[in-house]
Design a protein around this ligand. Structure first.
Ligand SMILES: Nc1ncnc2c1ncn2[C@@H]1O[C@H](COP(=O)(O)OP(=O)(O)O)[C@@H](O)[C@H]1O
Ligand SMILES: CC(=O)N[C@@H](CCC(=O)OP(=O)(O)O)C(=O)O
Length: 329
């Protein structure tokens, strides 16, 4: 595990403060969404894998949901297949969904499983198809206020947590690719689900305490192209007001953040995954990125996430261990 928190350059996160933050999350499920844009090079992917393993050693239950948009683009480009985006979602024909599944489950997921398992037999890869973990219905896009037919793009209709819960109870790290069978199983169709959408659905269903979204920007900016720094903190309600003005990949990402919070996830953080040890830094006192928290409950004093005094890192919430609860079902 050398090099995880103390980099030779001395620029890494401080191990002690990270461990203090992690201790507050013992027993909690944390979903790590690793976006394709953050998978810049092998070193960053290794750093991500080490962080996931460290979280597990620290007693957390990490679940990885990965993307692979740029990797799919490159593959489709080699095949000479065009698959444009509308509102941040890829228009997906039956031919395209086969290639998306191949790249996500056959390439990106396999690499992440291998990198995590270099540290021990922890990672188990799956798609939403395995044990019927995800079920999807057709998702429509919008452009210029009009509905757009995105083809085989899915919205998660259901998460069956059984397989994930038993893997977590067994100390494994599930690595989930965002492919899901049709909820009605009518014709064996599978849907291409945006990975942020899948991560939020999984986080909500598992009762995750935090969802960390690793992407290729330091956080959410008020306007794009950016002026000034990213937003440090906002509430679900503030995010809901911003949503109609967002563009590109931030549309499904921030809609997913909101869905996760509304499903009960303690907080969501959008992080720059191109920074080494981004996951670990999120638990430190100088945590980077944009933190989105649930709206304060009227009359309940502080919000659900421990706010003041909790430091900048992802904040812990007391409560039942969701893995134990789910495994007991
Ligand atoms: N307001 C915004 N703040 C930050 N990034 C934005 C914003 N609007 C659009 N973007 C774009 O969203 C991208 C991240 O979304 P996406 O490409 O889907 O990433 P990922 O592959 O990590 O899911 C950024 O690279 C940036 O170009
Ligand atoms: C419907 C849709 O757009 N699906 C995405 C799935 C991968 C993904 O979401 O990857 P990132 O997290 O790297 O963006 C796609 O086809 O690119």
């Amino acid at each position: 595990m050398a090099g995880l928190c103390a980099e030779p350059s001395g620029t890494g996160p401080d191990l002690l403060s990270c461990l203090a933050g992690l201790r507050a999350f013992r027993g909690a499920t944390v979903v790590l969404k690793f976006g394709g844009n953050a998978m810049v090079d092998r070193e960053l992917k290794e750093s991500f894998a080490r962080s996931a393993v460290l979280l597990r050693y620290a007693g957390l239950h990490p679940v990885v949901v990965h993307g692979g948009g740029p990797q799919i683009d490159a593959h489709l480009g080699r095949l000479g297949v065009r698959a444009p985006f509308a509102g941040g979602l890829r228009v997906t024909t039956p031919e395209v969904v086969d290639e998306v599944r191949m790249v996500l489950a056959g390439r990106v997921q396999r690499e992440l499983v291998g990198l995590i398992n270099a540290h021990g037999p922890f990672a188990v890869g799956l798609t939403g198809e395995d044990a019927g973990t995800l079920a999807a219905v057709k998702r429509w896009g919008r452009a210029d206020g009009r509905p757009v037919d995105l083809g085989l793009v899915g919205e998660v209709a259901e998460v069956r947590t059984g397989l994930l819960a038993s893997l977590l109870a067994d100390g494994r790290i599930p690595v989930v690719s965002s492919i899901a069978p049709a909820a009605d199983r009518s014709d064996g169709a599978v849907y291409n689900v945006n990975a942020d959408t899948a991560a939020a659905a999984v986080a909500g269903a598992l009762g995750a305490r935090a969802l960390l979204m690793l992407t290729d920007v330091p956080g959410l900016y008020r306007s794009w192209p950016p002026q000034g720094g990213p937003i440090e903190r906002l509430t679900a309600e503030e995010l809901a007001r911003m949503l109609p003005d967002l563009a590109g990949g931030m549309v499904p990402k921030m809609a997913a953040c909101l869905a996760a919070l509304r499903a009960g996830v303690g907080e969501v953080r959008v992080l720059d995954g191109r920074v080494p040890d981004a996951v670990l830094r999120a638990f430190g006192p100088a945590a980077p990125g944009t933190r989105v928290v649930r709206d304060p409950v009227a009359g309940a004093g502080a919000g659900v996430s421990a706010e003041p005094g909790a430091g900048a890192g992802v904040s812990a919430e007391p409560g039942a261990d969701p893995v134990a609860v789910l495994a007991a079902r």
